[in-house]
Ligand binder design. Structure first.
Ligand code: DGJ
Length: 707
């Protein structure tokens, strides 16, 4: 017997079906089905065949695959009872469907375990899968792995996300052969090197073509994400927390929640996938927090590092006010004893030598110049050289008699200890009250190797305690905004974004590298949450020198900020920066409400994208390396109405165009030209010759009544 249920998005449907009482599997995920569709008969068309040579029932691949049912891939659950029994064979009990959610109840009476899976399909087409396991029996149950769901994945290729400090969001395309393509992160943070993002799609998928599926785990700790070839040739994809031995032990009546899995399918390549995620993040993850414009920041880090000289800071404040900056964020270095990264974490009071009267006077002078005040803080960390550590060495995570390897010369506080959490809440409260800060840059600068609390593994509890602390701080200060940061982009995930307005995606402010990082991060996240700063002329992390225009026009397509010594800029750079800030203020209302779509171009040294709709698009074209060809191929636009007429206007004047070519294309000069959509889409527009670092930003707008 087949039992089936459906979930609908605006333009997509998922059908889950259970055959003969087995755990349900996904029978269909694609364009929206008519309301009258016969779900049981769809399952007849899509149910897998059973080849010879496997178990008689084939691979038992369901939304909750188990070894005990005859599933030989990586199962969704690995657990054992104290008496040694580990097999499970859950039976499907029932579906419960509401328009928003489909609940699947599973029960194994012998193992005395219950699992409830909940699938929610957002109108954008993004699926959120959750699962809870409960122990009904008397014996303890040790859980080693527990995934919210296993999903069927399209065959072909995978796009993996990798990286390192200052090199976050590197994409690697791999062919899906046999076995597993997996990224595992054991750092206790979302990680630089193996963040839980994965895209799987048909061979040759591009920005604009091909069936693709994107996966992300909403979790800020250790994790795994993988796609696996099953023995019958199908592919399963999963993502879950990585659990430490002995970490999750369920007594009778206790339950454990898997981290939520987010997934989307689209038939139109990466752009289709991004458009769905962008809408989902705006409506669901950021819900209700996106209606304010993202203010321009001045962040002090690369201007000052630890040199908090009062005169330098006063000059920065003044220069920031004159540039049109809207929020001044005092980064690391302001608190007691913090002369370098070897001391002070934990002592969250202003340094008495550099700030003898506290931070209040500085915050007031920031406000008097029309800017809001924001503050950097790293609550989870503690320096061995701090008053807090001297008073409470037992507050650090770790095991007695063992030395945790240091990271950035610091240790991690045990947030699961109520005393520690209360102490941190009070310290943050005091700072926010005393300074009137409306913004916290919440940093966390190390991986952790000994996540031990009271002698037991506590990596999961530590992440939940972090969420609880952030939630408490935010509840106490409803207007307070947060930036999620961890040595750059080691904490970029949907769970943090539920508690933050902005993500600092990398300490790399080199615009050439940043363009690609922002594009990769932008596959899952909309532009307004991407912290993007104009750094110094010579990048502190890559050593490359770039023009102010390149830096400013790269930061324009994120939540813009400046992180450089603006008191030392030459007049021309100041003017360029002031213009770019004004342009950002003019465009942000648009940029922060539309999807960002990549524009394919045959030259890999050029990166182009469009932000907008059929009526109006803002386009960026950046030359990131020297091209192999003297003149670029035309740039074909997408998403425009072919019959409409568009006005194309350059928003930033070309630098010395005639130095690079004899005759720049006519449309880059003057007040703008008109073209039919079919020319822009079908043929494309001629680009000027661009030298490395050149960025062209232009507006394409439909004439009234034509689109
Ligand atoms: C790492 C962050 O990514 C930087 O932006 C800066 O805040 C430093 N930490 C400060 O220690």
């Amino acid at each position: 017997m087949t039992t089936a249920a459906r979930l609908d998005a605006d333009d997509a449907t998922i059908v889950a079906a259970s055959f003969n009482g087995e755990a349900p599997s996904i029978a269909y995920w694609g364009p929206r089905l008519p309301p009258t569709a016969d779900l049981a008969s769809i399952a007849v068309f899509t149910a897998p065949v059973t080849p010879h040579g496997l178990f008689d029932h084939g691979e038992a691949f369901s939304l909750f695959p188990e070894a005990g049912q005859g599933f030989t891939g990586r199962p969704a659950l690995e657990a054992a009872r104290d008496d040694g029994r580990f097999l499970t064979q859950f039976r499907f009990e029932r579906f419960e469907a509401t328009p928003e959610a489909l609940t699947i109840s599973l029960h194994d009476p012998l193992a005395e375990l219950r699992v409830v899976q909940t699938l929610r399909l957002h109108p954008s087409g993004v699926l959120r899968a959750d699962a809870t396991i409960r122990n009904d029996g008397q014996a303890l149950v040790r859980v080693q792995r527990f995934a919210a769901a296993a999903l069927p994945a399209p065959d072909g290729e995978a796009l993996r996300f990798a990286g390192a400090w200052t090199k976050e969001f590197q994409l690697e395309r791999v062919r899906l052969g046999h076995g597993l393509v997996a990224s595992e992160n054991r750092t206790g943070r979302t990680s630089h090197h193996a963040p839980p993002f994965l895209i799987v799609g048909e061979t040759g998928f591009t920005q604009t073509h091909g069936a693709v599926m994107g996966l992300h785990l909403g979790w800020s700790g250790s994790s795994e994400i993988f796609v696996e070839r099953l023995r019958d040739g199908r592919l399963q994809a999963q993502s879950a927390m990585l659990l430490l031995p002995g970490e999750i032990i369920l007594a009778q009546g206790q339950s454990f929640n898997a981290a939520p899995l987010y997934a989307v399918r689209d038939g139109a390549g990466l752009n289709g996938l991004s458009a769905r995620f962008h809408r989902f993040v705006r409506e669901e993850i950021l819900s209700g927090r996106t209606d304010r414009p993202a203010p321009v920041h001045l962040n002090t880090w690369e201007a000052l590092y630890f040199d908090h000289d009062p005169d330098r800071i006063a000059a920065l404040v003044e220069a920031a006010g004159e540039l049109g900056i809207e929020r001044f964020v005092l980064d690391d270095g302001w608190f007691k004893g913090r002369r370098n990264d070897g001391a002070g974490l934990g002592d969250w009071t202003p340094d008495p030598q550099r700030y003898p009267d506290g931070l209040g006077a500085l915050a007031a002078s920031v406000r008097s110049r029309g800017m809001a005040f924001g503050l950097w803080i790293e609550p989870e960390s503690i320096s061995p050289d701090s008053d807090l550590y001297r008073a409470h060495p037992e507050w650090a995570l770790g095991e007695a008699l063992r030395q945790e390897p240091l990271g950035r010369r610091q240790l991690v506080l045990d947030l699961t200890c109520p005393e520690v959490a209360a102490h941190l809440f009070a310290a943050i409260e005091r700072l926010v009250r005393q300074t009137g800060a409306v913004y916290l840059k919440w940093d966390f600068n190390r991986d952790f190797a000994h996540p031990v609390s009271a002698g037991r593994a506590a990596s999961v509890a530590q992440v939940h305690a972090l969420y609880a602390l952030l939630d408490r701080v935010r509840a106490a200060h409803p207007g307070l905004e947060v930036e999620a940061c961890a040595s750059g982009g080691a904490r970029a995930d949907f769970a943090m974004l539920k508690r933050a307005e902005r993500i600092w995606i990398s300490d790399c402010n080199d615009p050439i590298d940043r363009q690609r990082q922002q594009a990769a991060f932008g596959l899952f996240f909309p532009q307004e949450v991407i912290g993007a700063h104009v750094g110094p002329g010579r990048s502190h992390t890559t050593g490359r020198s770039t023009d102010m225009e390149t830096r400013a026009l790269t930061a324009l397509f994120g939540h813009m900020g400046v992180e450089a010594d603006i008191t030392a800029l030459c007049r021309q750079d100041l003017e360029t920066l002031r213009d770019a800030i004004a342009l950002y203020k003019r465009l942000r209302g648009d940029l922060h409400s539309v999807p960002r779509q990549s524009l394919p171009h045959p030259d890999g040294s050029l990166l182009a994208f469009a932000a907008g709709s059929e009526k109006r698009q803002i386009i960026s074209v950046a030359q990131l390396a020297s091209s192999a060809h003297p003149a670029p191929a035309p740039l074909r636009l997408i998403g425009l109405a072919e019959q409409a007429t568009y006005r194309v206007v350059l928003l930033t004047p070309l630098k010395q165009p005639r130095a690079a070519m004899n005759n720049p294309p006519g449309w880059v000069e003057g007040e703008g030209r008109q073209a039919p959509g079919s020319v822009l889409v079908g043929h494309g527009l001629t680009l000027p010759v661009m030298r490395t670092g050149d960025v062209l930003v232009f507006l394409v707008e439909a004439l009234e009544g034509t689109a």
